[in-house]
Design a protein around this ligand. Sequence first.
Ligand code: NDP
Length: 255
Amino acid sequence: MTAIITCDLYQTLAIIWASIGIIIFFILLFIPAPYGRHTSKNWGPLIDNRLGWFIMEFLALIVLYGWLMLINFQLSTLSWIMIGLFTFHYLNRTFIFPLRLRTIGKKMPLLISLMGLIFNLANGTLIGMHFAWFADYPENWVYDYRFIIGIVLFVIGVAVNWYSDTRLIHLRKPGETGYVIPQGWLFKYISCPNLFGEVIEWLGYAILTWSLAGTVFFIWTFANLVPRAISHHRWYHEHFEDYPKNRKAIFPFIW
Ligand code: NDP
């Protein structure tokens, strides 16, 4: 297998995948991904949004652990810690997050779930191959400034993402389906602290793994979430006349 997928081929595929992410970024600036508040019936058959989230996310871990089992499961403790961080994120996103949602009868296009599935298939493959083949961290990597900065950003990003998602989910009392203007916390500065947190989280992961796979994952997260935050922000302004004027979309005081 190592003979089939060389380092050069891996890098070429990763760069092609990152380039697709950059193109998707520009497309999403004009066409919001149709789920959540932007959901639409014009994108083919609809499925329950919780099932949609599960379909989008479940492959990431299967693919990652699949590559490890196929190629190399004898990894350093450090690699296992990094894989553990990835696993922690995806266990939440696949199983816990969909169950926490207070959405009743909400649908999303099956097509969107399948696109998310491809995203996770490709990223899970790049991350899995990175750890199975290429990762070779020195034992003192935990003291390296890249690991320290990366893990700090990752933890802050996860905390901001979780807490903001929780506040948003609890804007609805059980049984409610509408939208209100979020107040307080980072919402004073930006419309989408949850998306901001996730961007910071994967920036941290790219830095702490100091890898092509982590960087490509970050590019894709940025490409998905920055346009989504801009669409959410625009949506708030269109639906609430009294929406705070000085609030930015995703990066406080900037954008
Ligand atoms: P949203 O902020 O749109 O929604 C989060 C939850 O809060 C939904 O249940 C939503 O309901 C509800 N909600 C949001 N705003 C309000 C409001 N003003 N009033 C009442 N309820 C509200 O998040 P996304 O769906 O965009 O993303 C969800 C999570 O997935 C985030 O943590 C995000 O970071 C992550 N994600 C990661 C991606 C990646 O590429 N890594 C890609 C996409 C998402 P409803 O669904 O009905 O709108």
